[in-house]
Design a protein around this ligand. Structure first.
Ligand code: URA
Length: 208
């Protein structure tokens, strides 16, 4: 597994803005979307191209086009939905596979309550989107689910990640690449990332 922590100055700047404890729901949503665009670009730099004949104004050329089906985006409910518009804005033909996993706030273990994975997932790359990689429990369960469904190529995008979560994913799924806006310091006893963003789902949905 490779872990790519973004070096893009705009990513660093926007993650810092997200940390402001006075941030409005509107700004949190907008920044989440903008970061999702930037990180989706980073996560798709290795999509395969194939030259295909294309008739353009000056005649027929051999043009590089995506060789394979567009990836399926996999938002983990509910916070992952906040990243969907941004990711879809540059992958407009992507299919969406929704996975509903939430953290049991006492055990910190994921509880599955919904899954709807595209039926041709074995022919597509999957890109998991979730703002926060904390303990790694929900991401791990999603990776397991996707592989059980036949998916062979998986990447994951997180706005902020804790070293603990990265380690868990690295050990369990060494073939999966992670694209991260910012790697933070640690988790607190409640499983929240420090310095982190607080509860990203609540901030995106305005349920604070
Ligand atoms: N989920 C969040 O929204 N924030 C954290 O810090 C950890 C998990």
């Amino acid at each position: 597994m490779a872990v790519y922590a973004s070096n893009h100055p705009l990513v660093k700047h926007k993650v810092s803005l997200l940390r402001d404890d006075k941030i409005s729901v509107k700004s949190f949503r907008e920044l989440t979307k903008e970061l999702s665009v930037l990180l989706t670009i980073e996560a798709t730099t290795q999509l395969t191209l194939a030259n295909k004949p294309l008739t353009c104004w000056s005649g027929v050329i051999s043009a590089p086009l995506l060789a394979e089906k567009q990836p399926t985006l996999v938002p983990i409910l509910r916070a992952g939905l906040g990243m969907l518009d941004g990711a879809l804005s540059i992958l407009p033909c992507a299919k969406v596979s929704v996975v509903g996993l939430k953290r049991d706030e006492e055990t910190l273990q994921p509880i599955s309550y919904y899954q709807n994975i595209v039926n041709d997932v074995s022919e597509r790359q999957a890109i998991i989107i979730d703002p926060m990689l904390a303990t790694g429990g929900t991401a791990l369960a999603t990776l397991n689910l996707l592989k059980q469904s036949g998916c062979k190529h998986i990447k994951a995008i997180f706005l902020v990640a804790a070293p603990e979560g990265i380690k868990i994913l690295q050990e369990a799924h060494p073939d999966v690449d992670l694209f991260i806006g910012m790697i933070d310091k640690e988790l607190n006893e409640q499983g929240y990332i420090l310095p982190g963003l607080g509860d990203a789902g609540d901030k995106i949905f305005g349920t604070l």
